[in-house]
Design a protein around this ligand. Structure first.
Ligand code: SF4
Length: 217
């Protein structure tokens, strides 16, 4: 794919505008959204702006039951075009997270993600600058050279208040873990609640130097 020029309006527009622009550029079938179902905002924006857009859930074998509940709830109420992508058949629950988190994420997140992006032209994510220091400069639109795909972060500029307001306006269900102190939600072995004032992603891979799973850097 050749590099494209992104309109400056993507940085200042609404998240739904980014999705609609992407659908015009790449076609609905050329888009894929990866959603952690930490909250409902990204899938609501995507599914209402571009009905039928593919939403991918990477099932790492270690998702919280609460996250699975939200997946079922949103799939039903928003009529999501949901695709659950599993690790390769050779990957079975193995406790690798206890000894090799990089290796565990590589086979349960990175490889399934790369498979999910095959034949797609743009990848839509829920990355926000407010997620924490490692994402503070995330653009709305960029080109992932390593994966050879356009990467769109339509919620990049959304603050926590913006997310809460959007969820309230659209009466979206929340992941039950949120009110139990989990502002960032991944796999259960590697996610703990955070203390008031602590970095939102401080509960991810706590006690290790790891800050990202390899999907976003
Ligand atoms: S977040 Fe933890 S359990 Fe999930 S894939 Fe990565 S290391 Fe494994």
């Amino acid at each position: 794919m050749s590099l494209i020029t992104f309109p400056a309006s993507l940085e200042t527009g609404q998240p739904a505008d980014t999705l609609r622009w992407a659908a015009e550029q790449f076609g609905v079938d050329g888009l894929v959204v990866t959603a952690s179902f930490e909250d409902a905002v990204l899938v609501h924006v995507a599914a209402t702006a571009v009905p039928g857009i593919e939403i991918v859930l990477l099932d790492t074998q270690y998702l919280f039951a609460e996250t699975k509940w939200l997946v079922d709830e949103l799939t039903r109420t928003l009529d999501l075009n949901l695709r659950i992508v599993h690790p390769l058949p050779s990957v079975q629950p193995d406790n690798l997270w206890q000894t090799d988190m990089e290796g565990c994420c590589a086979i349960r997140k990175v490889e399934p993600l790369n498979r999910s992006l095959e034949a797609k032209r743009a990848w839509v994510t829920g990355v926000r600058r407010a997620d924490g220091p490692t994402r503070a400069n995330a653009p709305v639109a960029s080109y992932d050279i390593g994966r050879n795909i356009v990467k769109l972060n339509p919620l990049a500029a959304y603050t926590d208040d913006d997310m809460a307001l959007y969820a309230q306006l659209h009466e979206l269900p929340a992941n039950p873990l949120t009110e139990r102190g989990y502002p960032s939600i991944g796999c259960w072995p590697c996610t703990r609640p955070v203390a008031p004032g602590e970095d939102k992603r401080g509960g991810r891979w706590a006690g290790s130097a790891k800050t990202e799973c390899g999907l976003h850097g």
